[in-house]
Design a protein around this ligand. Structure first.
Ligand SMILES: Nc1ncnc2c1ncn2[C@@H]1O[C@H](COP(=O)(O)OP(=O)(O)OP(=O)(O)O)[C@@H](O)[C@H]1O
Ligand SMILES: [Mg+2]
Length: 374
């Protein structure tokens, strides 16, 4: 079970939008996900349109339990919001929890203890943290072994990200557990040189600790949240959908190092018929010549339909349906030696192969990918 806290003391940098959307995309990829709202603002709860006014139970009651034998536990307050995605809601009552626990020893470990009771029932636990670094955030950091730090380049400096990562490292050492933190650049407009410089700086100074994907500013993401929906349920042809699909693909690729399938997943009542995919998700590559033909692969985790069109099928996408498995779209095509131009058609949108550096300008001014079979 991978446990990921989405954290940044700065408000409004995309924590909740990130938590909701990666949870929904992971669930679409057949992972069983528990999203825990640890913010008294209850934005993740609102963003998934459950009853925010009188939820049957919230994270507050779980944190306030005297002992883990008491009810309710996470199992009692979670609710299924999408196939494969359960939510533990929060409301304003959570804002009083730190004070009520202020004299209790071990108060930082309450969430970690509660999580122990659902171990083995989920592939992923995603925790949406509040802004600030109080007891609620500490609980999340102690309970999780990874963090995603959304960073809005317009008002966050490299210094700020570096400092935050240092704090997380210190905390991980204090909590005596290994924690991996990765920054995710969000709300990116790329308009001003200043933003581009901040992003380049963050990448240079934190090598390997920044997601390759940059989440662009997308009005649809804000709209989706205001309608109580993750982007996967709202709009499939927008930057937000594409970007969070790619972020999720990166998270899935990390499963090679951080397997999610330790033991069997699921409790009898909730996950009947749930079939996890293999944990290792091979990355797509440029076309590969095999004994059966040429294997074309494309990573488009968010796509509903991918086709390939090229010189070999008269540029007719209908004759080039690709199949999706383990995070990658594939097509095996037998070809005689020669030079072929091709493009992928992702949900109706034509694109060159991002893994193949060999391109040629088409008569329409776009780039076609090219393979040369000797
Ligand atoms: N990529 C994006 N494009 C456009 N709007 C976005 C994007 N990401 C987030 N937003 C919007 O920006 C605002 C802040 O986002 P969000 O609520 O996710 O931030 P947060 O870090 O969780 O804030 P808080 O610290 O208050 O919990 C919201 O109105 C949200 O809809
Ligand atoms: Mg939030």
């Amino acid at each position: 079970m991978r446990t990921i806290a989405v954290v940044n003391q700065k408000g409004g940098c995309g924590k909740t939008v990130t938590a909701i959307n990666i949870s929904a995309f992971l669930a679409r990829r057949q992972r069983k996900v528990l999203l825990i709202d640890m913010d008294p603002q209850g934005h993740a709860t609102l963003g998934l349109q459950t009853d925010p006014v009188h939820p049957a139970g919230t994270i507050s009651e779980v944190l306030l339990r005297e002992s883990k034998e008491e009810s309710p536990g996470l199992r009692d307050v979670r609710r299924t919001v999408l196939p494969g995605l359960d939510l533990v809601p929060a409301d304003i009552v959570l804002s009083g929890v730190p004070e009520r626990l202020s004299a209790v020893s071990g108060r930082e470990y309450r969430l970690a203890q509660a999580l122990a009771e659902v171990r083995g029932m989920y592939h992923y636990v995603i925790v949406d943290c509040p802004p600030g670094v109080g007891l609620l955030t500490f609980n999340a950091l102690i309970a999780c072994s990874e963090t995603i730090i959304p960073v809005d380049p317009s008002f966050f400096s490299l210094h700020g990200v570096g400092k935050l990562m240092e704090t997380l490292d210190v905390l991980a050492r204090r909590a005596d557990h290994d924690m991996e933190s990765r920054a995710l650049i969000t709300l990116y407009t790329g308009r001003a040189d200043f933003f581009r410089e901040v992003v380049a700086d963050i990448r240079k100074h934190l090598p390997g600790r920044v997601f390759d994907t940059v989440v662009r500013f997308s009005v649809k993401l804000a709209e989706a949240a205001s309608h109580g929906l993750p982007i996967v349920e709202y709009c499939k042809h927008c930057a937000g959908f594409e970007d969070y699909g790619m972020v999720t693909a990166e998270i899935l690729r990390q499963e090679e190092r951080r397997p999610v399938l330790s033991g069997s997943i699921g409790d009898a009542d909730q996950s009947a018929g749930f079939e996890p995919e293999a944990a290792d998700v091979p990355a797509a590559s440029a076309p590969v010549l095999t004994e059966e033909g040429v294997l074309f692969t494309l990573e488009a985790p968010a796509a509903e339909r991918v086709q390939i069109a090229g010189d070999f099928n008269s540029w007719e996408p209908a004759g080039g349906e690709m199949e999706f498995s383990n995070g990658v779209w594939r097509a095996m095509i037998s070809l005689v030696p020669g030079r072929y131009r091709y493009r992928y058609v992702v949900d109706g949108e034509w694109r060159a192969d991002p893994s193949n550096p060999e391109v040629e300008r088409s008569p329409y001014g776009e780039y076609d990918s090219v393979i040369d079979l000797k």
